[in-house]
Design a binder for this molecule. Sequence first.
Ligand SMILES: Cc1ncc(C[n+]2csc(CCOP(=O)(O)OP(=O)(O)O)c2C)c(N)n1
Ligand SMILES: [Mg+2]
Length: 340
Amino acid sequence: MNAQKNTAPLDRYRTMRRIRSFEERVGELFLRGESAGSMLHLSIGEEAVVGVTDAMGDGDTFTTHHRGHGVFLGRGADPARMMAEIGGKADGYCRGKGGSMHIASHALGHLGANAIVGGGIPHVVGAGLTYRNKGTGHVSVAFFGDGAMQQGILYEAMNMAALWRLPVIFCCLNNQYGMGTRIDRAVGKLAFGERAEAFGLQAAHADGTDVEEVHDTAQSLIADARGGKPGFLEISSFRFYGHARMDKSPYRTPEEEEEGRKRDPVLKARERLIESGLGSDADMERIDTKADDEMDAALESAVTASPPPLDTMFEDVFHPDSPAPAPQRDRLRAILTETP
Ligand SMILES: Cc1ncc(C[n+]2csc(CCOP(=O)(O)OP(=O)(O)O)c2C)c(N)n1
Ligand SMILES: [Mg+2]
């Protein structure tokens, strides 16, 4: 029992450190011109979400917003396959056709990232309804940003979850910004939890610099959700960098960024582990080096991997019973039959 308690914080540190390292390298993939999409959103500063992903169980499902790499890694994603996906390569989770903002894996319970703000929220209500009706005991968690708190779909979903007592958690990753707009310029009332309570949900807040606080809070909410008491969890953090990889945050002062980056969940977890004697400096160095090596390898394998063959362009994109639209299909046929 004790051994389990002692290793879990170290495991969470390891996962957070792997996320940090992944995000740094995927940012490099983008700058090297090797990423398939035109946008890339890094979750650096938001790694304490591992407190939630660690509190979820086998078979539980989730959806993410456009900044969901950390969540997926927290649920056991293979970083090489993620990097390949973001690089548009055939080895990726969606054969390179989803990219960062539409990555999914049913095997790992990832019901899909979604580029539409709030777009992934209703899916967990559908999943939760299935779990309740079939009595599977599973939970589905929607991860989204503070921007989605202003989307109507969230409130339709909250109402249904509360009304039908679904095993669902709404998890708001409040990083203080929606693109270039600071939250206090976008929201009249910042007490998000009170909104959730108004719909009949159980609400909680956790400090996003403290992965153990996030974990304890999430564990209790998820246990209640499994019993038919859906919940809302807000995790406060600071978005360390721009909205997307190319955004240099001209709307923030250097002082604000410097202060904000002091709210570092990875550093805080590291210091705590050392202070409490759960790991030595050397242990931490080993974890850090291993994470960096793993992500260096993921980056290089994504760069050298092959893209999907051109003639599979429409596979996995359109339902087999509804063929690709004629103009695109004919253009592809012309390209494939062209002799150079
Ligand atoms: C419905 C909709 N409106 C606007 C956009 C453009 N957009 C993309 S990300 C974003 C900000 C989202 O902020 P937040 O939800 O806080 O997530 P964060 O980027 O901070 O993680 C906006 C407005 C969109 N993708 N979808
Ligand atoms: Mg935000």
